[in-house]
Unconditional design. Structure first.
Length: 209
């Protein structure tokens, strides 16, 4: 697939994103998704399913592949989706919610990895990124739970959310079938001790193993 074809695919799928469904307020199983990069253009898609109430790991799968698409900002999904979807296909415990290390609506074409995953799987999906990618935002107040909107072309595309007091925020955006309010509530519940949500931390560790 060429870069132009990938951009066209994002434009084709973007209308399928559901940003109006508030999504579940509570779930039993939540999956964290992350991709690790190795030598020779190797990518490892890691999916870890946790029981949301206790944050215990109940299932995990990692799939290592050769990347089939170049490293292009805004098109990372085309490198990362194949191993992630392959890992999800091997899960024994189906998740109720996906939390991926990446962007959803906070994307140049409003269709980041979280949106793409949500549309393809049909599951409520949240994007949580460690760094800002598009738009602008003010620094939120220092208290845990504080946030400021991420604005792109005058539109709110996400939030800079403080998950730990005095620690730099994470960047939350809707992926599919979950409201921004609900997405942030999930992220805070899943981040009791560290800056990043536990499902993403677990997936990150697995992707590096």
């Amino acid at each position: 697939m060429s870069i132009e074809e990938a951009e066209a695919e994002q434009e084709r799928l973007r209308p399928l994103v559901d940003l109006d469904d508030p999504g579940p307020e509570r779930v039993e199983f939540v999956a964290g998704l992350d991709v690790g990069y190795g030598g020779d253009d190797e990518v490892t898609g890691a999916v870890v399913v946790l029981r949301s109430g206790t944050l215990e790991v109940v299932d995990q799968v990692a799939v290592r592949q050769r990347a089939g698409f170049p490293y292009v900002p805004g098109l990372f999904a085309f490198r990362e989706l194949p191993p992630l979807l392959a890992a999800m296909d091997r899960l024994r415990v189906p998740p109720d919610l996906l939390v991926c290390d990446g962007y959803g609506l906070a994307h140049p074409r409003r269709f980041g990895l979280a949106c793409h995953l949500g549309v393809l799987t049909g599951l409520p999906t949240i994007g949580v990124a460690k760094t800002a990618f598009v738009g602008r935002h003010d620094d939120p107040p220092a208290a845990r739970g504080s946030w400021s909107p991420i604005l792109l072309d005058g539109e709110v595309v996400g939030r800079a959310l403080r998950t730990r007091e005095g620690v730099k925020p994470v960047f939350v955006s809707q992926g599919h079938r979950v409201s921004l309010d609900n997405a942030c509530s999930h992220v805070l519940r899943l981040s009791p001790d560290f800056r990043l949500p536990e499902p993403i931390r677990a997936a990150d560790r697995l992707s590096r193993s």
